[in-house]
Design a protein around this ligand. Sequence first.
Ligand code: N2P
Length: 342
Amino acid sequence: MRTKCLLLTLTLIALSIGQSNAKDEQLNIFTWAGYVSDDIRTGFEEEFGVDVIVDTYASNEDLLAKLQAGATGYDVIMPSDYMVSILIKLDLLAELDRGAIPNFQNVSPLFLGKYFDAENRYSVPYTFGTAGIAYDSAVVQPAPDSWNVLWDETYANQFSMLDDQRETLGVALKLLGYSLNTTDAKELQAAKEKLIVQKPLVKQYKSEAEELLLAGDVVMAHCWSGDAFRAAETRTTIRYVIPKEGSSQFIDAVCIPKAAPHQRLAAQFINYLLRPEINAKITVFTKYGTCVPAAKEHLPASLREHQFIYPPKEVLASLEWLIDPGDFTRHYNRAWEEIKAR
Ligand code: N2P
């Protein structure tokens, strides 16, 4: 009996030692592919003695669907501008505790107070960028300047479109001369028909275009600027163009879901991201713009003013932000479902 007791005690002690070694807190991040580097993840793990798990989504609508389906395990998410306003409206975001995020002061006012969260009560900007066309200049000639090239049969089965309803319907809307944010059912219908005509030419709808370009699966991709930039770094013949009809620009933000189990840790992580030297690492890795001016000092000169990140003025003037179309969203949802079902 005594031996049994002793054994039991020893086992319990061993178990509790084992447990105290395990990290008791875990930060769960839900973000875009290619958005949080191992470097940033492990840096935070080591400094804060926690585990960081990164899970990814391909579009804002995927993120929304997951949250609405009741995914409550995420501590940090990175929705784009218009999705921030949708998540606020749906009461899915926690108000940020600014006291826990002193590095908020490092953010440039240029990226604050935007339409999607006027007082930044729920969001901190993470990166900014644009959508355009990445193409291999050794193959795609002459250099494209219009979205029209994505309807050119010469490139049938050699290009991809973003797997993103607002962005991809946005391309057709822009080509037709309409706003990305139309709430006119006829305009949206015309955009849908245009994408249905295009579909037989599309190799794949995929948001991680860098992979396709580098694998040589496509010679051209409708994609986001950072992904184009990353691909161009490896394959130097890749160029990026924002077509003359105009395109979208975005700010992706960092937010904490209302249901996040580790709110305090999530705020510490946001604060960590806003340290200039860490923020510079985000730009080096993602190739999107930084919203923290002091981060620029930590960037190689080649990344400080690069045209992939900072388009010229006249191009900037042709860009629109995506905006929450409110109840009209169901028309976008339906149009996209119909295109995908073809
Ligand atoms: C990164 C995706 C960028 C997100 N791979 C565009 N909002």
